[in-house]
Write a protein that binds this ligand. Structure first.
Ligand code: COA
Ligand code: AMP
Length: 631
């Protein structure tokens, strides 16, 4: 048995002892009374009775402990051609003042603040400022449309929205204020106003009553002290796609989150305090929350906020330039980013231009990592390339090759073994573990470890029905796969209507809700088809109403525009085709998985329950119009 087995078995033998030990990595204002409070199961609470402040653990502690002049945050924007660096002392100063500005606007412990920001330092400042005063932030990804933002405003009922005048995509400036004000116009809940960070690319924008510019909000305010919060108090709510258009508000609490993330940095990622750790993601996603902002700072590392793309800003060497310029030792991104680089620089010519000698490990997550991409990255970079698996709900990895404990032998296609804290099984429909090597629903034995969601925002019943009811005693991850005889986990597909487009989690149900609003669409279905670059792309099939008057091409164009307007460009919804009828079971269930298999050109058996097998040929013809299956 190696070190990994020792640590994993040690956790299993004494989970509370394990987490009590890990909790020593965090400063507590008041010690916890109980490590695990399961008295109100299934609503598990970690470190009950303990008091801490996450911002204190990210900043003040390091300033006091000798890291005041170490760089905490680097903003590198190949889009604007700028690099800014902030030491721990400078970041603390900015955060404390902005926290004071929030307090001056009446934000108190427990109040919600929506952060709708591009990848600029002020996004991290706003998050940490909320944490400092015990306010609950809800960051909304800048690629989401007003309608999605409005849904999140209504669910989280924020006191304020913190935003900027624009986001920058390559070759495109996205004005934020029309989107933010548009969302407020759509929402039932009305925040008091916005704090707006003006960017020079959009100096003029609408400022409504209650809105304030960032600099004005800071005028005359005193820096705020850290407000002690309970370990079980929420740090943030992050919305993620479920099976319907109503996203799920995943709650992250302060104590468990800080403990698990701090522990993960050395043990899982093998990152050291004082080193640069770079997660090339966006603060709007869970990876950005955990591994751009919180974990590197909890660990006393230097983190990078990168405003750019893996290719085109300006070339496929941009990642290597950032690694070399900022002495990145450990990096984390999505496989899609590497597929994009590989496509444009198959022989790694750009890699040779930079000194990557100190770069140690690349981690990939967010979607299935294909072996080709992993092996290409290994060959080019000559460092371990580690696939790992987790989700918004957990906030940190569930399966990984634990590089800081013991590098385990690699099996391509598997994110390796369960992280201590997670007992993972593949279950059959009756909720019984299947034999090694057989497919099942991937589920985690309760209780979930620290950092994992204690419940959904204002939705305890949905928390139970979405995650806990399918397999009593387990948390249902929504993923399907298998576990081999060596305990290696393989994540193969979703069991619900969630798809993964360029590492972004999207709901096909939400897209169907949009398409069905079209006056000429009688019925529709959206499913994910394989894509060489983005992993999956959404494809919509629509059934037209009898007597639809518009030409089909116009209706299809409308559908694409509606999804872009109502969900956002990030949905990448561009494929739509008309079918005469949707294939359904006799009980009326739409056979999305069957259509997906036809589009992907994989073998399938026509379900015995289909109401009319002739529909399969009709679907095949319609998909052929879009060029599916490919090749
Ligand atoms: N604000 C506004 N629009 C945004 C946006 C944002 N923050 N982020 C993306 N978009 C838009 C893009 O401009 C694009 O619009 P278009 O249809 O007009 O071209 C659309 O949403 C899709 O964006 P994206 O998924 O970024 O695709 P792309 O074709 O522009 O780039 C990749 C392709 C592979 C370079 C890109 O998907 C990528 O960098 N992937 C890595 C993903 C990642 O890091 N995920 C985080 C999980 S760890
Ligand atoms: P998100 O909540 O956006 O992080 O998406 C989580 C989902 O992405 C998981 O439930 C999986 O479906 C998928 N996913 C994340 N990481 C991996 C991985 N390494 N391999 C396969 N699928 C993954």
């Amino acid at each position: 048995m190696g070190a990994y087995d020792d640590v994993y078995n040690g956790w299993k033998a004494d989970p509370e002892g394990f987490w009590a030990e890990a909790a020593k990595g965090i400063d507590w204002f008041k010690p916890f009374d109980k490590v695990l409070d399961d008295s109100n199961a299934p609503f598990t609470r970690w470190f009950a009775g303990g008091e801490l402040n996450t911002c204190h653990n990210c900043l003040d502690r390091h300033v006091a402990g000798g890291r005041a002049d170490q760089v905490a945050l680097i903003h590198d924007s190949p889009i604007t051609g700028t690099v800014q660096k902030f030491t721990y002392k400078e970041l603390l100063n900015r955060v404390a003042h902005f926290a004071g500005a929030l307090q001056a606007r009446g934000v108190e412990k427990g109040d919600r603040v929506i952060i709708y920001m591009p990848m600029i330092p002020e996004a991290a400042v706003a998050m940490l400022a909320c944490a400092r005063i015990g306010a609950v932030h809800s960051v909304v990804f800048g690629g989401f449309a007003p309608n999605e933002l409005a849904t999140r405003i209504d669910d989280s009922t924020p006191k304020l929205i913190v935003t900027a005048s624009c986001g920058l995509e390559p070759g495109r400036v996205i004005e934020y204020m029309p989107l933010v004000h548009g969302a407020i116009d759509l929402s039932k809940h009305k925040p008091d106003g916005c704090i707006i960070f003006p960017r020079e690319q959009v100096p003029d924008f609408e400022v409504r009553d209650g809105d304030m510019l960032w600099a004005d909000a800071l005028q005359g305010v005193s820096p705020a002290d850290c407000v002690p919060v309970l370990a079980t108090d929420p740090l943030y709510v992050l919305y993620t796609s479920g099976t319907t258009g109503q996203p799920k508000g995943v709650i992250r609490d302060n104590g468990g989150h800080a403990v698990a993330l701090k522990w993960s940095m050395k043990n899982l990622y093998d990152a050291n305090p004082g080193e640069t750790f770079w997660a090339a993601s966006d603060v709007g996603w869970v990876v950005g929350h955990s591994y751009i902002v919180y974990a590197p700072l909890l660990h006393g590392a230097t983190t990078i906020l990168f405003e750019g793309k893996p290719v085109g800003t300006p070339d496929p060497g941009t990642f290597w330039r950032v690694i070399a310029d900022h002495d990145v030792r450990v990096m984390f991104t999505a496989p899609t980013a590497f597929r994009a680089i590989k496509q444009q620089d198959p022989n790694g010519e750009f890699i040779g231009k930079y000194d990557l000698s100190k770069f140690r490990i690349l981690f990939l997550a967010g979607e299935r990592a294909d072996s080709d991409t992993i092996q290409w990255a290994e060959n080019q970079l000559k460092v371990p390339v580690i696939d790992h698996w987790w989700q918004t709900e957990t906030g940190w990895p569930m399966a990984i090759n634990p590089m800081g404990i013991e590098p385990l032998p690699v099996k391509y296609g598997s994110p390796t073994r369960a992280v201590p804290g997670y007992e993972i099984h593949a279950l059959d429909e009756g909720g019984h573990p299947v034999p090694a090597g057989q497919m099942g629903a991937i589920a985690v034995k309760l209780p979930l470890p620290p950092s994992s969601l204690p419940t959904l925002w204002n939705a305890d019943a949905r928390f139970k029905s979405a995650y806990l009811e399918a397999y009593p005693g387990y948390y249902n991850t929504g993923d399907a796969g298998m576990i081999d005889a060596d305990g290696y986990i393989y994540i193969l597909s979703r069991t619900d209507d969630v798809i993964n487009v360029a590492g972004h989690r999207l709901s096909t149900g939400a897209m169907e809700e949009v398409l069905s609003q079209h006056p000429d669409v009688a019925e529709c279905a959206v499913f994910g088809v394989e894509d060489q670059l983005k992993g999956q792309l959404p494809l919509g099939v629509i059934v037209l109403k009898a007597g639809a008057e518009k030409p089909l091409a116009d209706i299809e164009r409308d559908c694409v525009a509606m999804v872009r307007q109502q969900i956002g460009a990030v949905a990448a919804f561009k494929l739509v085709t008309a079918v005469k009828r949707l294939p359904k079971t006799r009980s009326g269930k739409v056979l999305r998985a069957t259509m997906q298999k036809i589009a992907d050109g994989v073998d399938f058996r026509t379900p015995a329950t289909i109401d009319d097998p002739a529909i399969i040929d009709e679907v095949r013809e319609s998909l052929a119009v879009l060029g599916y299956p490919k090749g």
